[in-house]
Write a protein that binds this ligand. Structure first.
Ligand SMILES: [Fe+2]
Length: 183
């Protein structure tokens, strides 16, 4: 079965992360998987918009695993964002990733709900955080839409509009869908 996520996978490690997400969630191309795909696409587009290069494998793997701590097979009863990061870090370690990449993927998952800029932890960490906020804003816009026009949300709202304008037909449906989206 081919899903949108399969089309993004280019490396063995990315395949491993997607397989683990599917094993944990118990489904292929389910709401969580589509949420993860959207996060990756938003992060990638934000990077392009800002003209920064990213560690694509790290961002895609982080996107697949960032909420995986919600699942019993991965959680040990702790903070789910931390547990997703710890699990992702173990997989990177096992794959022979250098300590800095291991630390970065742990932070990209663990800090995706952080309220403040995480650029000091790495571009990929900050982009995952912003991508998650875009996802939340899009969800809010499908509801009242009122909260996205104020304060800190405004720059991201502008990014949402730009991103909507740039989405190719292939991805538009992925980003416009409104599944019962996890956080
Ligand atoms: Fe999420």
């Amino acid at each position: 079965m081919s899903a949108r996520a399969d089309a993004l996978v280019e490396t063995e490690l990315e395949r491993q992360f997607l397989d683990q997400l599917r094993a944990a969630s118990g489904e292929v191309d389910g709401p969580m998987e589509r949420h993860c795909v959207r996060l990756f696409l938003f992060a990638e587009m934000l990077a392009a918009e800002r003209g920064v290069e990213i560690d694509r494998e790290l961002v895609l793997c982080a996107a697949f695993m960032h909420d995986a701590g919600l699942y019993d097979s991965i959680s040990h009863g702790g903070v789910y964002t931390d547990e997703g990061g710890e699990h992702a870090a173990r997989l990177f370690e096992r794959a022979g990733a250098p300590p800095e990449r291991v630390r970065m993927i742990a932070d990209a998952c663990a800090q995706h709900h952080a309220l403040r800029d995480q650029s000091r932890r790495g571009t990929e960490v900050e982009l995952m955080r912003l991508a998650d906020r875009i996802e939340a804003l899009m969800r809010a816009n499908r509801g009242s839409g009122a909260s996205s026009k104020r304060g800190i949300a405004r720059p991201l709202s502008q990014s949402v509009l730009k991103i909507r304008g740039r989405l190719s037909g292939r991805w538009r449906s992925a980003c416009a869908s409104s599944p019962a989206t996890p956080e």
